[in-house]
Design a protein around this ligand. Structure first.
Ligand SMILES: [Zn+2]
Length: 832
C-alpha cells in the first residue's frame, strides 16, 4: 500500500480540522477479525473541496458521510475518497479489521502456557487505519471516545481510564487530543497490580502466566515510575495531563516500548522470569523513564511531520538518563549509555546509511522510518548534551518549558524547538545546528603529548572532521589520564578548531593511559594513542572511573569494526580487565559483545574455537570468585554457559544439576545452555522438544525454535529455512528466533547453499511481513558466511530496484558489517 507523502499531509492538514473520534471496537468476533465502528467529526476549511481518509480494512460494511451512503467499493489502496465536503462533517464507517501477528496494528497472540489470547494496539507509525478509519498523520490530533466489547473474562485498557459499563463492554474516558498513532487498546485476561502516586492512578499489567514476575517486579517498577513523575513534574513545570498511567507488558512487541498516552506498552521480556543483572534492571528503568518523558515531549507536543521524529527520541533518550542519574539509584546510567546506546549509535554512524540527525527530508511516512535508528536516539541525545554545554542547562530547560507550553496539545517543528532555546539563551544556533544536526558523520578526536623525562611538556587535542562531510563542530569534554589507578590528569576542554592546546596537562607526570572524552560528553570517534592501547591490559582494570572505562571499551569496539584494533588485541584487554570489571553494564555488555560479535564476525573460522576458549576461561575464573547471586556471578555463568565445550558440565546444567546458586530454576539460563548443546550437536530435535515441554511458554517456544535452527544438520537447516521464509503464520518473534539460530554452524559448508537463497527468499517476504518486523528479519537472517562471494551477492542485491525501503536499508547495514568483518580478517587474519 502506498505511504502518505509530506505534500499530501500538508495539503490535507490545511483543509481538515478533526473535532473528535468515537471508536467502537468489537473484540468478541473470534481470533481472526474484529469489528470497528468509527464516527469522525471534522471541519473543512474550503466547503465543497475533496479529501480522503485512511482505511485498511479486512472488509467494509457501510460508510456514510453527512448521512449520505458511500459505496464501500470506493475504498482503494487504503484510502476512502471524500467528495464535496461540508464546513462541518460526520463520517461513519462500519468495518471488519484483521488482527495482526507482526506487532503492527492490533496484534493478537496466544500464550502457549495456558492457551489464553491477548490483544494490544501498536499503531506506530502508520498502522492506525488497520484499526479504525482516520486521517492518519501526526498533525491531525483529536480527542477520542473509545468503547470496547470483549469476551467476559477480559480486562480492557486504553488511553483513557476504562470502566466496565455492561457485561463485556468497556467505556474509556474521553482523551485529550491525540495523534492517530498514539491510540491503543490492550485487551485480554491481563493480570494487574495497581498503585497511586500524587493523585495519578497507576497500573502495571501482564499476561496471566507472568503473574509471578509481575508481582515480584512491581515494587521496583512503581518506584521508578513515581520518581520519574516527580522529576519530570519539577523539570517541565507542567502536570501530567492524561489521567491514569498504565504500563502494559505485552507479548511479541517489536520495539522496547511505546509511549501511548496513559497506556504505555512494553515488551514483556522486561518482566525477567529468572535472575536479572543490575544492568537489565537499569535498562528497564531507563525505558520506564524514557516513555514517561514522551508524555510531555511527543504526546502533549507532537512533531508536525515524521522528519522530526528524531527530536522525540533524542529528547526522551537524554531525559531518561538524566532522570535516572538525578532521581534514582541508577546513578551510573550514562555509563550504560556509553557501552550500550552509543555503541549502537556509532555502528549506525559507520554504515553507509548514516544520515544527519535532523533535516533529512522524509517525503513519505515509510521513508521517515528508515532514518529512525541509533543516530536518532544515541547521537541525538549526545548532541543535546553538547547543546546544553553550549547554551547552559538553565537556559536549555527554560527553552524546553516554553516550547512545551506554547505548543501544548498541538505540534512543533525543529525550528520551533531551536527558536525556543535561542530565545531562552540569547544564543544564535544557526551555525551550531548546521554542524551538529544537519551534517552526517562524526569527528575523530585524539590527544597528542610531548613529554620529557616522564613529564608532559605540551599536549594538544586534535579534531579531524571527515573529508567528504566537512563540519566545524564545537566539542566540550574532558581528557583524563591514569597510571596504576591514580588519576594523574583531568582537563576540561572546549574544542573549536582542528588543534586545541591542553595547557592544564603541562607539567603533570605523563599517565600510562590517556582517555579523550573521558566523561563521554561528546559524540566522536575516540582514537586512543598506541601507547595507551598497549598499556590497557595492565592498566584498565585499575582505573577507578567506570565512565572512562566504558569510553575505552567503546573505542576498542569501534576500533575492531574499523580494522584499527585487532580482535586479538581486544581479547588481550578482555582477558586482563573484564574479570575485574565492577560496573554491571560494562561487565555484561562487553562479554556479550565479545561472544556474539567480536569472535563470530572478526575472528577467522579456524581460530574461533581458541578464541571462544579464551572467553570461557575468563568466565570460569570469574564464576569461581564471584559471590553467588550477584551480577558478576550471573554474567560469568552466562558466558560459561554460552562458550563451554565441556559436554558433561553442559548436560548437568541443562538437567538442573550443579547449577551456580540462584540459577536453579531459571528457564532462560537453561536455554543458553541448551543452545550451546544444540550448536555442538550434543542434543537433537527430540531433546529440544523435551526442554520445550519443561518450559511451555511463549519464551520457551521461541528458544526451542532457535535451538532447533542451530542444530548442525542439513535437515535442521532445511526445516528452519522453510519455516522462516515460507510459513506465513509465523509471528515476528518466531521469525527472528529462527533466523538467529539458522547461521550457527560448525563450518560454512553446512549453510553456504543458503547464501544465494537469502538474497532471493528473504526480500520476497515483503508481501506478507510488516516492514517493521521484516527490517529486523533481514538483519538477523543475513548470511554469516563471511566470504567475497557473499559480499558480491550482497552488492548485487542492494542494487536491485524492487526492494522495499525497509529491506533495502537493512541490507545496506548488514552488508556494511560484512565488509567490516572481511576487512578486519584481511588485515589481522593470521595474527590471532
Ligand atoms: Zn521513545
Amino acid at each position: 500500500m502506498r505511504s502518505l507523502t509530506l505534500a499530501e499531509a500538508r495539503e490535507r492538514s490545511s483543509l481538515i480540522t478533526v473535532t473528535s473520534y468515537a471508536v467502537e471496537l468489537d473484540l468478541d468476533q473470534g481470533a481472526e477479525v474484529f469489528g470497528s465502528h468509527t464516527t469522525v467529526r471534522f471541519a473543512c476549511s474550503r466547503p465543497g473541496a475533496d479529501s480522503w481518509v485512511d482505511l485498511k480494512a479486512h472488509s467494509v460494511e457501510t460508510i456514510s458521510l453527512n448521512g449520505e451512503p458511500i459505496d464501500p467499493a470506493e475504498v482503494s489502496d487504503g484510502r476512502l475518497p471524500l467528495k464535496g465536503l461540508a464546513a462541518d462533517n460526520e463520517l461513519v464507517v462500519a468495518a471488519t479489521m484483521a488482527y495482526s501477528h507482526d506487532g503492527q496494528g492490533l496484534h493478537r497472540a496466544t500464550d502457549p502456557a495456558d492457551d489464553l489470547d491477548y490483544v494490544y494496539g501498536h499503531l506506530f507509525l502508520d498502522a492506525a487505519p488497520s484499526v479504525y478509519v482516520c486521517f492518519d498523520q501526526p498533525d491531525l490530533k483529536a480527542p477520542y471516545d473509545v468503547t470496547v466489547r470483549a469476551p467476559l473474562e477480559w480486562t480492557v485498557l486504553g488511553n483513557g481510564a476504562a470502566t466496565r459499563t455492561a457485561t463485556g463492554t468497556w467505556t474509556l474516558a474521553t482523551t485529550k487530543p491525540l495523534a492517530t498513532y498514539f491510540v491503543t487498546v490492550c485487551a485480554g485476561p491481563y493480570v494487574s497490580v495497581r498503585d497511586e502516586h500524587d493523585g495519578i492512578p497507576l497500573g502495571i499489567h501482564a499476561r496471566t502466566s507472568l503473574r509471578e514476575p509481575l508481582e515480584r517486579h512491581a515494587a521496583e517498577l512503581f518506584d521508578v515510575t513515581k520518581r520519574s513523575f516527580d522529576y519530570f513534574h519539577g523539570l517541565f513545570g507542567i502536570r501530567y495531563p492524561f489521567g491514569e498511567y498504565h504500563q502494559v507488558f505485552v507479548p511479541e512487541f517489536n520495539a522496547g516500548a511505546m509511549e501511548n498516552p496513559g497506556c504505555v506498552t512494553f515488551r514483556d521480556q522486561y518482566l525477567y522470569r529468572g535472575a536479572a543483572t543490575r544492568d537489565e534492571l537499569l535498562t528497564r528503568a531507563n525505558t520506564v523513564s524514557h516513555e514517561m518523558s514522551h508524555m510531555w515531549f511527543g504526546d502533549i507536543v507532537t512533531m508536525q511531520w515524521w522528519d522530526d521524529l528524531w527530536l522525540n527520541e533524542s529528547f526522551a533518550e537524554y531525559m531518561s538518563h538524566r532522570a535516572l542519574v538525578d532521581a534514582t539509584e541508577y546513578s551510573d546510567a550514562w555509563v550504560d549509555s556509553s557501552i550500550v546506546r552509543k555503541v549502537w549509535g556509532y555502528g549506525a554512524e559507520r554504515s553507509p546509511s548514516t544520515h544527519p540527525v535532523a533535516g533529512v527530508e522524509a517525503l513519505d511516512a515509510q521513508s521517515a522510518l528508515q532514518n529512525f535508528d541509533g543516530i536518532s536516539y544515541a547521537k541525538g541525545a549526545a548532541t543535546l548534551r553538547q547543546l546544553i554545554a553550549y547554551v547552559g542547562d538553565d537556559e536549555f530547560i527554560a527553552g524546553v518549558r516554553a516550547y512545551l507550553t506554547d505548543k501544548s496539545y498541538g505540534n512543533g517543528t525543529l525550528a520551533d524547538f531551536l527558536g525556543a532555546i535561542e530565545t531562552a539563551s540569547g544564543k544564535d544556533l544557526e551555525a551550531w545546528s548546521r554542524a551538529w544536526l544537519l551534517t552526517a558523520d562524526r569527528d575523530t578526536i585524539s590527544v597528542e603529548i610531548d613529554e620529557q623525562g616522564g613529564v608532559v611538556e605540551s599536549a594538544v587535542v586534535r579534531r579531524e572532521s571527515p573529508a567528504d562531510r566537512p563540519a566545524d563542530r564545537p566539542h566540550a569534554f574532558h581528557v583524563a589520564g591514569w597510571t596504576d589507578g591514580r588519576e594523574l590528569a583531568r582537563a576540561s576542554v572546549t574544542v573549536t578548531g582542528p588543534v586545541t592546546t591542553l595547557a592544564d596537562l603541562e607539567g603533570t607526570p605523563e599517565p600510562a593511559i590517556l582517555v579523550p572524552n573521558a566523561s563521554d560528553l561528546t559524540w566522536a570517534r575516540v582514537r586512543l594513542s598506541d601507547s595507551t592501547v598497549a598499556a590497557l591490559p595492565s592498566q584498565l582494570a585499575q582505573v577507578p572511573d567506570a565512565q572512562a572505562r566504558a569510553v575505552v571499551w567503546s573505542s576498542l569496539i569501534d576500533g575492531v569494526h574499523g580494522a584499527a584494533v585487532s580482535p586479538d588485541a581486544f581479547l588481550d584487554v578482555f582477558d586482563a580487565a573484564w574479570p575485574h570489571e565492577s560496573n554491571s553494564s560494562i561487565l555484561t555488555r562487553v562479554a556479550a559483545y565479545a561472544e556474539h560479535r567480536v569472535v563470530p564476525y572478526f575472528v577467522p573460522r579456524d581460530q574461533q574455537d581458541a578464541a571462544v576458549a579464551r572467553l570461557n576461561r575468563a568466565g570460569v575464573g570469574l564464576l569461581e570468585r564471584a559471590t553467588a547471586g550477584t551480577t558478576e556471578s550471573l554474567a560469568a555463568a552466562r558466558l560459561v554457559a554460552g562458550t563451554s565445550d565441556d559436554a558433561t558440565l553442559l548436560r548437568a546444567w541443562a538437567d538442573g544439576k550443579g547449577l551456580p546458586a540462584g540459577l536453579e530454576d531459571d528457564g532462560d539460563f537453561r536455554w543458553i545452555v541448551v543452545r550451546n548443546l544444540a550448536a555442538r550437536g550434543l542434543v537433537g530435535v527430540a531433546d529440544v522438544d523435551d526442554f520445550r515441554s519443561k518450559d511451555d511458554t511463549l519464551q520457551g517456544g521461541l528458544n526451542a525454535l532457535m535451538c532447533r535452527a542451530s542444530l548442525p544438520e542439513a535437515d535442521a537447516k532445511a526445516w528452519a529455512w522453510e519455516q522462516l521464509t515460507t510459513r506465513q503464520g509465523r509471528s515476528n518473534y518466531e521469525m527472528v528466533h529462527l533466523a538467529r539460530g539458522f547461521w550457527v554452524a560448525p563450518d560454512d559448508a553446512l549453510v553456504e547453499d543458503y547464501v544465494p537463497r537469502y538474497f532471493t527468499d528473504v526480500p520476497a517476504m515483503s508481501g506478507w511481513v510488516g516492514e517493521d518486523a521484516l527490517s529486523r528479519v533481514v538483519l538477523v537472517a543475513f548470511p554469516r558466511v563471511f566470504t567475497d562471494e557473499t559480499a558480491r551477492l550482497s552488492a548485487e542485491a542492494i542494487a536491485r530496484d524492487d526492494l522495499t525501503p525497509a529491506v533495502h536499508r537493512s541490507l545496506v547495514d548488514a552488508d556494511a558489517e560484512l565488509r567490516e568483518a572481511l576487512a578486519s580478517r584481511a588485515t589481522f587474519g593470521a595474527a590471532v
